[in-house]
Design a protein around this ligand. Sequence first.
Ligand SMILES: NC(=O)c1ccc[n+]([C@@H]2O[C@H](COP(=O)([O-])OP(=O)(O)OC[C@H]3O[C@@H](n4cnc5c(N)ncnc54)[C@H](OP(=O)(O)O)[C@@H]3O)[C@@H](O)[C@H]2O)c1
Length: 348
Amino acid sequence: MSKTIVVVGATGEMGSRVCRLIRRLAPTALLVGTNRSGRGHAELPIHQLEVADREGMAALLTTADLVINAVGPYTYDPAPLVHAAISSRCHYADLSEQLAFVERVREVGEQRAAAKAGVLVLPGCSTVPGLVDVLAQRWQGDSEVAGLRVFLSMGSRNPVTRALLSSLLQPIGRKGPSGRWFDKLVAHEVLDGRELYFGPYPVPFSNGQVRLGQRLLPIHFHMGFDRRALNRMLALAAPMLGRLSPRWVERFASIALPVAKLARNLGTERGILSVVAEDADGRERGRTEVIAETAGLDIPALPAAWLTQALVREGWAAAPGVRSLSRVIDAQQAAVALVEAGYAVQIR
Ligand SMILES: NC(=O)c1ccc[n+]([C@@H]2O[C@H](COP(=O)([O-])OP(=O)(O)OC[C@H]3O[C@@H](n4cnc5c(N)ncnc54)[C@H](OP(=O)(O)O)[C@@H]3O)[C@@H](O)[C@H]2O)c1
């Protein structure tokens, strides 16, 4: 029997990518979208529904197998949607990179006994934390690995939306455990020998730790753009951004959006995700790099399509309950799927 997938925020930048990739990877899945404005979509029916409308969502999800929440920025309470999914016995996933959001989804999933209801609850089913967690599992059996460093370089020619810009700017300049986010740039040499620049950025893993088998290891995240000047500008703006309230950062993102769109002309589409394992002395033990020459913005949308593919193929995506992406796909399968999608994956 064909599966029904509801994409919440299907008309957005990420939501429409998720829909396109599901069509490609799981063509038998029946796609239904929602948004708040009622704006239509050329290829799927759209229901006009507020993400916080628990009853409306529950009614829609009764006949669905999986709901993918692509409504960003992820600064609202996900509880109504997660409740609606569990009460309708519909699996739930989102693309959030916000730790508070991810933790709240997990909390509601546990409170509402998702496992008992036979429902899979998977927050952060995207690049970070999802794909990073999956790629890190490669070192599960290596007891010498004592921590991980992740570097994400984004191509500044990629499309930019207010939600993306606002999500990206929110943490910049705010206080982290060791200084302010993105206040200093660090250099990281990627496998093709180029030196790229990154700023420290919050990692959406609880307590800054990633689980590798029985061990919890520290994980540090660095974010940057292909253009060094853009990273410099962000580092310079960090003290000012850190003083703004989240609402003002959203307003700032709206004002800065036309400038960001213009800056696209100067950038490239090249994106790199570099996941580095280190020993206790900080020496590199190995790394996995994913390189996107083009279409890098499809990568955060791919894991939701993999999840749909698993659901369509196997009937169940994974054991029900609150899970992370590494319970659905392993590091090797992810590398193969990325190569099939047209990206380069280098393993050292
Ligand atoms: N974890 C990762 O690695 C990663 C990577 C990339 C992006 N992301 C996240 O993806 C998020 C999505 O960004 P985007 O660029 O796709 O945003 P976007 O283009 O603004 O799309 C948002 C979608 O949600 C709908 N929507 C907005 N508010 C809603 C509400 N209250 N109720 C129901 N629907 C609503 C919008 O439709 P209408 O406006 O027509 O209602 C639209 O369809 C970003 O915030 C970012 O955090 C995560």
